[in-house]
Design a protein around this ligand. Structure first.
Ligand code: MOS
Length: 688
């Protein structure tokens, strides 16, 4: 094998699976052709939000030629002890509009859908309760937030500090329900090979699904085999198990066939989660020089009747700025809605939208430039945990971004710049996202004269992870890229964490490094050698506060006649540790910023208060930013390496790009128009 001294990490390697993708040789889950003729599932979904099925008649559906089975709560296989939100077809209760109440299995998808329409369901139902308000009397404090965060935090006497503050703001922001809209539909192909359940599935890491699916079907991990080699986006909706995967397993069991379940775009709006709406009250107090004296961030959000999903909306506020008095709270309303889930930077995205908008409002009150105000409040240590930062380069992101964007000399007055019909303004916001490692294992097989086989159940959801991991392995083994044969996305490979929380590279990369270390200085015998390595959070998690940081700058133009909002340019500067692959990393930042723009101007799912359903549940009525909505994107990152956190020095880049982007746009909108819109999205009608 040829040794190489060239580093693959840090170089612009194009996606390794790119040629397969453009040739149609990189199948998504649904596209797996499996020899044996597959059969298809169509779902019957509840038309009521709260109630129970009093009668279900599947005779007409069963009679349609080509129908193999109709599963209802009366006859579907019983599932093991899964969480309530996954107990699909297990009982007559209905908890949200769109909940599956029957599943039809047929020889073709057309027959399945036709038959599904013939299933007669009678419900006993009450009025849905789906409207979130901050003054609901049934709001409650969850025991803890997602990812184990404390529900509330209190330091000092916040109310006294706010009352005494020479300058303060007290503002409330709302963000609507938003939906993950990956381009690939959620899909599962399932087949029972004897007592082994084989699944081809769209997910963010096969191992994520193993505990739930084995429990649901009463099988061992050895009796489950999930592969997911190519996944067309996810943004969090494919992180956890959802009901369609269990329906696929049940339908395959009942029919003995290979079953394909693919959700429609409309079904994805109810069956794979959404971002909770938020109501966020922000109170900030400051000295006339801008020094923050009090920070209060109170969050109200929703969850479903069948799951407690408590998003960590205000946790970034706990560490972003220091003040002697600080408070964050989270309260939940349990509504008749489908279970929410994680969506790109769950918590930080809506939370930093509110915080960074409020900081802008405070800057206006103080008469201090908003970049300068942030620089004056830069904490030397993590103010909540009182530990050092592993690295915190927010100041450099702000100053570098200001330079690149051309911030100097900005006229702070709102609503005074005109360019024909357009009012023009600029805005800034900071970003942060936690850096974490999760336990992961990797295996390397060395055979003389052959590429190293590097195996880890990592997941590439379109991010470029397959390519980045190959680069990491090549450098660790000191060989060229083509001497690494990377195997990922298979539940039979060494266990790894899922693609979520921006933890992929920080978790999987060090596991590969550890395995390569085991191989170093070992003689490879003619028959080959197999080594394993593992990695996970260590002392650094206790001793250091590790986060990526960033700064967004945006120019906004608002048409005075129509209210149309355009964002001709944005600058994003990030301090996110070592960048493994600049070309795919840029796409992560660009995608995040674009999704933030989309959140600021377009994305909003409306709950119908009368019927309880999501009224706009497809891409025709749920607007996602298209190319024409996005202007010049200047994306830059600092030369940062954070080896105190992990041996790669990486921080994770999947989510930091969206955090704060909507605030920069909202702040620029105010600067353009003089109108402060505190309820996203900023649609044209908000101007009038
Ligand atoms: Mo991401 S929302 O952690 O998949």
């Amino acid at each position: 094998m040829t040794a190489t001294t060239e580093r693959a990490v840090g170089s612009d390697v194009r996606r390794l699976e790119g040629p397969d993708k453009v040739r149609g040789r990189a199948p998504y889950a649904y596209e797996h052709e499996l020899g044996a003729q597959a059969v298809f599932v169509a779902l019957v979904q509840s038309t009521v939000a709260r109630g129970r099925i009093t009668a279900i008649d599947s005779a007409a559906a069963t009679a349609v030629p080509g129908v193999l089975a109709v599963l209802t709560h009366e006859d579907a296989p019983r599932l093991g002890d899964v969480v309530e939100e996954l107990r699909v077809l297990q009982g007559p209760q209905v908890q949200y509009v769109g909940e599956p109440v029957a599943a039809v299995v047929a020889e073709t998808s057309e027959v399945a859908r036709d038959a599904a329409a013939r299933v007669q369901v009678t419900y006993e139902s009450g009025a849905p309760d789906v409207v979130l308000t901050a003054d609901r009397t049934d709001l409650y404090a969850p025991e803890q937030l997602m990812a184990g965060f404390e529900t509330d935090s209190v330091i000092g006497d916040v109310d006294t500090a706010l009352a005494a503050a020479p300058v303060s703001v007290d503002v409330t922001y709302t963000t609507p329900v938003q939906h993950n809209n990956p381009i690939e539909m959620h899909a599962t192909v399932a087949r029972w090979d004897g007592d082994v359940l084989r699944m081809w599935d769209a997910n963010q890491g096969p191992h994520n699904l193993v505990p739930v699916i084995t429990e649901a079907f009463g099988i061992t991990a050895d009796q489950l085999h999930i592969t997911s080699p190519h996944v067309g986006g996810a943004f969090g909706s494919k992180a956890f198990t959802h009901v369609h995967q269990l329906i696929a397993g049940m339908a395959a069991k009942v029919t003995g066939r290979t079953v394909k379940v693919e959700l429609t775009r409309q079904q994805m709006f109810t069956l794979v989660g959404h971002r909770t709406p938020t109501i966020q009250r922000l109170r900030l107090g400051a000295q006339p020089d801008g020094t923050l004296t009090a920070i209060s961030h109170e969050v109200v959000e929703h969850t479903s009747q069948n799951a407690e999903f408590a998003e960590q909306t205000a946790t970034a506020t706990r560490l972003m700025y220091a003040a002697p008095a600080r408070r964050t709270t989270h309260r939940l309303a349990r509504l008749d809605v489908p279970p929410p889930t994680i969506m790109r930077a769950p918590g930080e995205t809506p939370g930093m939208y509110a915080l960074e908008s409020a900081v802008d409002e405070l800057a206006v009150e103080l008469g201090i430039d908003p970049v300068e105000l942030r620089l004056r409040n830069e904490p030397a240590r993590d103010p909540e945990r009182d530990v050092p930062w592993s690295t915190r380069n927010l100041v450099a992101c702000l100053t570098e971004g200001a330079q690149r964007f051309g911030w100097a000399g900005r006229d702070p007055r709102p609503g005074v710049r005109e360019d024909g019909r357009w009012l023009v303004g600029t805005g800034v916001a900071a970003a942060t996202y936690p850096t974490r490692r999760r336990p992961s294992e990797a295996r390397i097989q060395a055979v003389p004269g052959q590429p190293y086989v590097v195996s880890i159940d990592a997941s590439d959801i379109g991010t470029g992870a397959r390519t980045a991991l190959t680069q990491i392995a090549a450098d660790a083994l000191r060989v060229p890229l083509d001497q690494v044969d990377l195997r990922i996305a298979d539940s039979r490979l060494p266990k790894a964490s899922g693609a979520g929380g921006s933890t992929g590279i920080t978790s999987w990369g060090p596991a590969i490094l550890a395995a390569a270390d085991e191989l170093r200085d070992r003689e490879v015998p003619p028959g080959g050698l197999t080594v394993t390595g593992s990695s996970g959070p260590g002392e650094e998690a206790e001793q250091l506060s590790s986060h990526a940081f960033g700064a967004h700058f945006a120019e906004v133009r608002v048409d005075r006649d129509s209210g149309e909002v355009r964002v001709p340019r944005m600058t994003g500067v990030f301090a996110a540790g070592r960048i493994i692959n600049p070309v795919t990393a840029r796409s992560q930042f660009l995608g995040g910023m674009t999704m933030g723009l989309s959140m600021a101007l377009h994305e909003q799912t409306v709950l119908d208060a009368g019927r309880g359903h999501f009224a706009n549940h497809d891409l025709a009525e749920y607007h996602v930013a298209a190319h024409a909505d996005v202007g010049a994107m200047d994306i830059h990152w600092l030369d940062e390496v954070d080896e105190a956190h992990n041996p790669l020095g990486a921080k994770g880049i999947g989510e930091i790009g969206i955090v704060g982007a909507a605030a920069a746009i909202g702040n620029a909108y105010w600067h353009a128009t003089g109108r402060r819109v505190r309820d996203l999205p900023i649609t044209p009608d908000r101007y009038f």
